[in-house]
Design a protein around this ligand. Structure first.
Ligand code: TRP
Length: 331
């Protein structure tokens, strides 16, 4: 049998989707959907590891689904769902937590960062977050997990947990691999281009649904350097290099072409040109997302259908795991 490899990935609805999440993740997913058997999840259970406003979380979770679709992910082709709709994630997470060492979780750099940032609210959930992520992946026997570099350590831990479980109970989990797509653009903050663009730093961040005038303002204000040459040089010109990356991802041009295009022009021309390219890129996505947000019945049908398909697969794995660890079958 020549089954397609399976992919699982997810984004937290802890803020609005960003240009970084589009260019770095979702755009790749739209290519992967043709070759792989994909599950794309809205990981709301991960989002509550730090405080969320409930009404906002609810709205953003549905909006994120609309935006996934507007970006070109096809709900007929992929399983698209909301994590909390599939209770098996929490159930498997408990079992896997019993196969994870306290010390392993303490070494996670994201935990260290986040617990510094949220020093007044370092919860057990924040600590065990990577176990839930391992459950997300292992429940579906995923082969590949497209993630950014910042999530590599979590995928490594997931592999360790899976190998440990399989060592005790052979043939339970597929061992997944992190998958960093070649064509992914790593988009950095417009305000501090040495850092990844992040929804938690709204200053340097362009959101997928930002109004054109806000996008233009953010690009015009982007931090650059005191030279005048539009040249790709991450080391010495991180701001301009980031703008070139964004420009090329938005237009499909190569870096060399873009450098040539702006060779005789200063940043005063270049920066708004990048802004305009992004406005044009996002315009059809925003229109489609706006249209979908008015069709609540359709979105509801998509996430209900997604949850049902996900549950079917998740349940197969969970039953196997429960049997292996020695739980009495409920029926
Ligand atoms: N932790 C990921 C992030 O913050 C989101 C995530 C949760 C995820 N579960 C996942 C990504 C499973 C890939 C696979 O970016």
């Amino acid at each position: 049998m020549d089954a397609k490899k399976r992919i699982f990935s997810g984004i937290q609805p802890s803020g609005e989707l960003t240009l970084g999440s589009y260019m770095g993740a979702i755009k790749n997913w739209t290519a992967l959907q043709h070759e792989y058997d994909c599950l794309f999840c809205i990981v709301d259970m991960h989002a509550i590891t730090v405080r969320q406003n409930p009404a906002d979380l609810r709205r953003r979770s549905v909006a994120q689904l609309a935006q996934y679709i507007a970006c070109g992910l096809d709900p007929e082709k992929n399983i698209m769902f909301i994590q909390s709709h599939v209770p098996q994630h929490a159930e498997l997470s408990w079992v896997l937590g019993c196969f994870t060492q306290f010390g392993e979780l303490g070494r996670m750099t994201q935990f260290k960062d986040k617990s510094q940032k949220h020093a007044d609210n370092i919860t057990a959930g924040l600590f065990t977050y990577p176990v839930l992520m391992a459950a997300d992946i292992l429940l579906y026997q995923a082969d590949l997990v497209p993630v950014g570099a910042d999530q590599m350590q979590h995928v490594e831990l997931c592999r360790d947990i899976a190998n440990r479980f399989n060592y005790n109970f052979p043939d339970t989990f597929t061992i997944p691999e992190a998958f960093i797509p070649k064509m992914g653009a790593r988009v950095m903050s417009l305000g501090a281009p040495e850092n990844k663009m992040s929804k938690s730093e709204p200053d340097g961040c362009v959101f997928l649904m930002d109004k054109p005038e806000d996008i233009m303002r953010k690009f015009k204000r982007a931090v650059t350097d005191c030279e005048t040459a539009v040249r790709y040089d991450v080391e010495n010109k991180p701001g301009i290099s980031n703008l070139l990356t964004i420009y090329c991802a938005a237009t499909g041009k190569t870096i060399a072409d873009a450098e040539a295009e702006f060779a005789d022009q200063g940043y005063g021309i270049f920066k708004p040109a990048v802004g305009e390219a992004v406005v044009e890129l996002l315009r059809p996505i925003q229109e489609e997302a706006g249209r979908l947000m008015k069709d609540k019945a359709y979105l509801e049908q998509v996430y209900q259908d997604g949850a049902q398909k996900a549950q079917y697969l998740a349940n197969k794995t969970l039953r196997k795991v429960y049997k292996k660890v020695g739980f009495v079958p409920a029926k």
